[in-house]
Write a protein that binds this ligand. Structure first.
Ligand code: AMP
Ligand code: GLY
Length: 422
């Protein structure tokens, strides 16, 4: 089968890496792909932007692509999956209506309320005055969220009401409308990504991301600085509870409302100190960098699984099988990220690190006459597997320094929470 992967990040490199391991896959088009995707056997980059819905649709139809896997939320929220399905193509990724689960926090919240899915209490406002009046009756900490896609910059966890007031004013002034104000949930976060085919939902291994730039979870938020899986905070019984009380009711509600949701149902969850689980947010796609830790653990053929999801027959598959191992992915970023950073720094040592058993997923990279250079804030996702989480952590940090570029920065404490728990 011919597959196409839409996107150019580390997540898409990991998807193409795993898909091209399938004996069933003869060719993988990466639209537009990156330096890592281009180097994969059976893969080819095609310079089409993820927002170019017509270009992507025409290309996939002309090439006779059998399965399109959409990485990022932006094209899904613009309706790429609908365009492709209208042409008769098979797609792993929800429709524009389904993608509102991520693209509109107020829509997702209302859907969760109708489904009886536990989530933070909140209200949605389309004018500043009512939002401020509501805020005056609340206590801090409290959370203010832009409704739409904001590339990770739309959520403010305010420690004081004054901070929340400033955040509300800023968001409305920037044109974000509506805005959600919701209760602060304390606890530990876990990402549960599940595959959905409209009817059936199958969770993948739970993962824990590290969103802050600095060690000890300090400093500004980023797209994600490292991740590990499976996260010990969500053992099998808790995963069963999450599936029963969160994932299945959400997919059931979507179906009841006429939305045939085929793609990733990604629940960002908060586990309270008492063990109560609530949804912080939904995403409509694979996580980045969660994918770079989860897929190397999957023992099955991803192409067959995603095709089954696209065709609405996940129920016919045997249970997923996982390697009896843990994975850690450490993100190497450019100095300055998530603020301003340089591009074009030469990257060396990827082969040496891979010779030690690491898997290096490329995110912000580009091939030039000088070889591989940096081309983004998050440059690489470096993954190691181990029999235990401890051994995976040791392996990644023993070998990551083989990879060099000017200004390379990474956190040395990925998985610290799980290791502390013991
Ligand atoms: P979101 O984009 O909604 O996942 O929010 C980004 C981050 O903000 C989350 O990963 C949490 O760390 C934090 N966050 C969001 N909502 C809440 C909440 N209700 N309580 C506490 N933290 C939150
Ligand atoms: N790792 C967070 C995300 O993909 O949204």
């Amino acid at each position: 089968m011919k597959v196409a992967v839409i996107g150019n990040g580390g997540r898409e490199h990991a998807l193409a890496w795993k898909l091209t391991q399938s004996p069933a896959v003869s060719h993988c088009y990466c639209l537009p792909g990156n330096g890592g995707a281009a180097a994969l056997a059976k893969a080819e980059n095609v310079p089409l932007a993820v927002e170019d819905l017509a270009g992507i649709s025409q290309f996939c139809q002309a090439q006779g692509v059998d399965l399109v896997v959409v990485g990022p939320e932006l094209p899904l929220s613009l309706g790429l999956a609908d365009h492709l399905r209208d042409l008769g193509l098979k797609v792993f990724g929800p429709s524009q209506v389904g993608a509102q689960l991520e693209a509109s926090k107020s829509w997702a919240k209302a859907l969760m309320e109708r489904a009886g899915v536990p989530t933070a209490q909140g209200e949605t406002f389309s004018d500043l005055e009512s939002a401020l009046a509501y805020l005056a009756r609340q206590t801090a900490p409290i959370v203010v969220k832009a409704d739409g896609l904001a590339a990770g910059k739309g959520v403010i966890v305010a420690q004081t009401l004054l901070e929340a007031e400033t955040a509300l004013k800023d968001l409305f002034a920037q044109g974000f409308n509506p805005v959600v104000v919701e209760e602060f949930l304390a606890g530990e976060e876990v990402s549960v990504l599940a595959l959905a085919d409209g009817q059936t939902v199958i969770p993948l291994l739970p993962a824990q991301d590290h969103k802050r730039i600095g060690e000890g979870d300090t400093g500004p938020n980023t797209g994600g600085m490292g991740v590990y899986a499976p996260a010990p905070i969500a053992p099998a019984e808790r995963m069963a509870e999450i599936t029963r009380t969160i994932l299945e009711p959400t997919l059931g509600q979507l179906r009841a409302e006429g939305i045939d949701y085929r793609g990733v149902l990604y629940a960002g969850l908060m586990v309270s100190p008492q063990g109560e689980i609530k949804v912080l947010e939904y995403n409509c796609r694979f996580g980045d960098p969660e994918t770079q830790a989860i897929l190397p653990l999957l023992a099955d053929d991803l192409a067959e699984i995603l095709l089954a999801a696209a065709e609405g027959r996940l129920q016919t598959l045997p249970p997923l099988t996982w390697k009896p191992a843990s994975a850690v992915c450490v993100v190497m970023a450019a100095q300055g990220y998530p603020g301003a950073y340089a591009k074009g720094e030469t990257i060396t040592g990827i082969e040496a690190a891979e010779a030690q058993g690491l898997v290096v997923f490329q995110a912000g990279t580009r091939f030039t006459n000088q070889g591989l250079v940096t081309d983004g804030g998050r440059v690489l996702g470096v993954t190691a597997l181990g029999d235990s989480l401890e051994s995976a952590v040791v392996r990644v940090y023993q070998n990551i320094d083989q990879i060099r570029f000017n200004g390379a920065y990474y956190r040395r404490d990925i998985a610290h929470r799980a290791l502390r728990r013991g």
